[in-house]
Write a protein that binds this ligand. Structure first.
Ligand SMILES: [Zn+2]
Length: 65
C-alpha cells in the first residue's frame, strides 16, 4: 500500500469527532482546544478541522505510545 499522496490527509467530519484530547498541562494544546471550540461554535469547519489535527499531531516528549 504505497500511497504517498494520501499521507497527511485525514478525512473526517469535525462534527462527528469527539473532542480532541489535548495533552494535560500543555499550553499549546489547551490553546488549540479553545480555537477548535470557537471555530466549531462559529461553524468554521476549516479552522475546527485544522485545530483538531494540530492537537492530535502536537508532539510531546512523554513517550506515550
Ligand atoms: Zn500539546
Amino acid at each position: 500500500m504505497d500511497t504517498p499522496e494520501a499521507v497527511g490527509s485525514e478525512p473526517f467530519e469535525p462534527f462527528l469527532l469527539p473532542s480532541p484530547q489535548p495533552h494535560v498541562g500543555c499550553d499549546v494544546c489547551s490553546d488549540l482546544v479553545e480555537q477548535w471550540q470557537t471555530a466549531r461554535a462559529e461553524g468554521d469547519y476549516s479552522r475546527a478541522t485544522d485545530a483538531s489535527v494540530l492537537i492530535r499531531r502536537h508532539p510531546h516528549a512523554v513517550g506515550e505510545r
